[in-house]
Design a protein around this ligand. Sequence first.
Ligand code: OXD
Ligand code: MN
Length: 595
Amino acid sequence: MNVTVKNEKLNQWIREVADLCQPDDIYICNGSKEEYDFMMEKMIKSGSAVPLKKRPNSFHFRSDPSDVARVEDRTYISTTSQDDAGPTNNWLAPDELKKTMLDFYKGCMKGRTMYVIPFSMGPIGSPISKIGVEISDSPYVVVNMHIMTRVSDKVMGLLDGGADFIPCLHSIGAPLAEGQEDVQWPCAPIENKYISHFPEDNLIWSYGSGYGGNALLGKKCLALRIASAMARREGWMAEHMLILRLTDPEGKQYHIAAAFPSACGKTNLAMMQPSVPGWKCECIGDDIAWMKTGPDGRLYAINPENGFFGVAPGTSYGTNPMAMDSIKENVIFTNCAVTDDSDVWWEGMDGDAPAHAIDWKGNDWTPESGTDAAHPNARFTAPAAQCPVICEDWEKPGGVPIDIFIFGGRRSTLVPLVSEAYNWDHGVFIGATAGSETTAANIGSVGNFRRDPFAMTPFCGYNMGDYFKHWFDMGNKLGDKAPRCFYVNWFRKSEDGKFLWPGFSDNSRVLKWMCERVSGKVGADETPIGLVPKDGDLDTNGLEVSAKDMKEIMSIDTDGWKAEIPDIEQHFAKFGDRLPERLTKQLEEFRKRLG
Ligand code: OXD
Ligand code: MN
């Protein structure tokens, strides 16, 4: 284990972790294709990766049935004072949490290789990017990090030159005793899993899970939880937002950043192909936006990621053709079904279900089985560059200027298709009160309503009251250059339980209206909840939605909104004196508008 790197902080950390976790071996990753192929080869031999004959250079993995999603209940923001983590985060004191986790980490990599993964979140060298180093004992993590982040010896070069980095320690928590045979997906039991963040030290410790956001630490842990805390300190924004560019028929570009909770269609919207003629949509990112003010005072966004970790079920040529075309080759699939002709399949894919497949648990499956063939949170990991509509500026170091913010969630009732905030403060109010029905992206119940401010509830690395204040501070800084704020709901249902809005490519109609608002081409009607399209302004040409349903989609049920007020009050009360006065004022004004 004679490993030395030139960066002294990194060198020392590698040594400390190796002493603690006692791996058999240490391997420093360089991000090369040879490295990727070598790791895959190893995992094919061990039986954890299955090559797919129908998709070149693509592989399928099956996780342990207990390790299928993010574990919000086991996720901690560990600050000296509990108040700094706030009411929406699990908290343990850093000393206590570190002590517990150090006990788990002791000898946890025995029988395994410790991989050191230097990565950049954001284009290497961009002034908005950050370097992380993940230490992990999971080869599955290494290959996923190759796709999701920029793993490269160029990053090691920057570290050699003294660049700072965010240490991200990960172990699956499954040491192997001498001669012990490995299992297909080693991990620790749920009660021993910890996804811990120490924002005061810019430090991440994850133990016990090998799945997605619990284990690929560049994504939710670094790019959202730690980055949001850094962003607040440094005056920028790290948000759970897709980024897209929309170009109108005259060639004018608009950049949109949209925050929706997990598994609410961010990937679909990010790659949407407009049904309105003459409009073009290009994808910049599907999950995370890092935004800083530029020299012209506008807000510029980059996508810190390098790939898509998308929810597979429901993805089809009907719902997201660009995603389907992004996952033809060089993809890692997790927890899908595998067909007899060696392809993946999931519920909602185009065409008929296969007559027989092996389901995500490894069992024989037929359409008569009555169970899901793919886990509802089955995922694909695909390089962003493979998306046919990836924007040519998606890696522009300085980012793209944001014109529009969209907030939203899954609400089967009450919330209309679209409304615009009256001003920045009202925008912060609609973001702060956003709510959604829960999805399978987290372990826990599905379909329950929860307030999910700015879709950041699971991802804000500090007190959310302070996070609201940070939004107001950013508004002060941006002044009249601030993006305009909108709220959407693609998921409203009729009384008989049918979706009222077709969604997908027809969402372009809503985006078009937003752009026309920004360019001053259309007016809007004032309502208690915000500004809504005037009759005829929302482009419904060729849309197969009845006038009655259109009316219902846009209807505003004043009594229903009045009934929301006590819940919003309770939601705000949780933040105590950390709740900005400006939000209380917004609630007052909302109440008055409702009459
Ligand atoms: C994701 C999530 O994986 O939000 O993006 O869960
Ligand atoms: Mn997400």
